[in-house]
Ligand binder design. Structure first.
Ligand SMILES: [Zn+2]
Ligand SMILES: [Zn+2]
Length: 301
């Protein structure tokens, strides 16, 4: 009981620290500015105004949930780090990076993080992790704010893995900070509703057109364009697909669109459903397998 109370106090203090830190206040102010900029953004407000308002409201609510739970995420990533030190895994000494300019170090941090992100994202599109990632794809009106429509579990996995990787690499804190700021701003940029394709630089830096295709809800686009920053990773690993301007519908069929409560519980509900189907399939196999029975079960999915 004392432990639970301690954890709550710790999270509350960490949260208070976030709000009172001038650096964080700057970030919150920047987010408000982005929101204001978005409100003036042409298409999403003029074309399908009601859909857009609902989408923005839902995204802000999800972002708020994450902001409130962020200290808990941070607490867990600290525990990850402690575990990693405890296991005594040898890491890259910080001296390797001495003498290199900050811009180069930031670039290395961005490439390393984006490589990890590519594989994280690829895993997120597999059957058992999709219910978590589906929240990001649920936005029926993809816009700059969609970058913040992330389930708390996804934020946990992403930031946990980056913390482990960057600390393992021994990267200096300022390079990690600059890299993270760039990644955040670029992530907002690729979600805005414009058809910019980046011409000859299209494989080096992700464009809004590239990422809009990732959100397209058509079978040929599913699981494509997974890199956040460097589309070259998609090109190398066979998931690059940008046939031209994206006019396909965006969103995720079968996933609640803007219902925040349902979206937050969605992974739990879907896992329960998937586990039930799995148990039924195993039971059917044990009780007596007949040809065609497996197929019948699979078709219920
Ligand atoms: Zn995705
Ligand atoms: Zn996205």
């Amino acid at each position: 009981m004392g432990n639970i109370a301690n954890s709550i106090t710790f999270v509350f203090d960490a949260w208070r620290g976030q709000v009172s830190d001038p650096g964080k206040q700057f970030l919150f102010a920047a987010m408000l500015l982005l929101l204001a900029a978005h409100m003036g953004w042409r298409s999403s407000w003029s074309r399908r105004a009601i859909d857009a308002v609902e989408s923005v409201k839902a995204t802000l609510a999800i972002f708020l949930i994450n902001a409130l739970l962020a200290p808990a995420v941070w607490l867990l990533s600290e525990q990850f780090k402690a575990l990693y030190a405890l296991l005594g895994i040898p890491s890259v000494p910080g001296s390797v990076w001495e003498g290199l300019p900050v811009w180069l170090l930031s670039l290395i941090a961005i490439v390393a993080q984006d490589f990890a992100n590519y594989w994280n994202h690829r895993a997120m599109h597999l059957k058992w992790l999709w219910p978590v990632h589906a929240i990001h794809h649920s936005d029926p009106v993809v816009n700059g704010l969609t970058a913040y429509r992330i389930h708390i579990l996804e934020a946990l996995v992403m930031w946990g893995s980056y913390t482990i990787m960057l600390t393992w690499l021994g990267m200096p804190a300022d390079a990690i900070g600059i890299g993270a700021l760039f990644l955040t701003l670029h992530n907002v940029y690729i979600h805005i509703n414009v058809d910019w394709g980046h011409g000859p630089l299209r494989l080096l830096i992700a464009s809004p057109r590239f990422h809009r295709w990732h959100h397209a809800d058509v079978p040929e686009a599913h699981g494509k364009n997974l890199a956040n920053v460097i589309p070259l990773f998609d090109w190398l690993f066979g998931t690059y697909r940008v046939p031209g301007p994206c006019d396909a519908p965006v969103g995720a069929a079968g996933v609640p669109r803007n219902d925040v409560v349902k979206l937050t519980l969605w992974p739990l509900l879907q896992w329960a459903r998937q586990a039930t189907l799995w148990v039924e399939a195993v039971r059917a196999r044990i009780v007596g397998w007949r040809p065609g029975q497996d197929d019948a079960l699979r078709h219920q999915d």
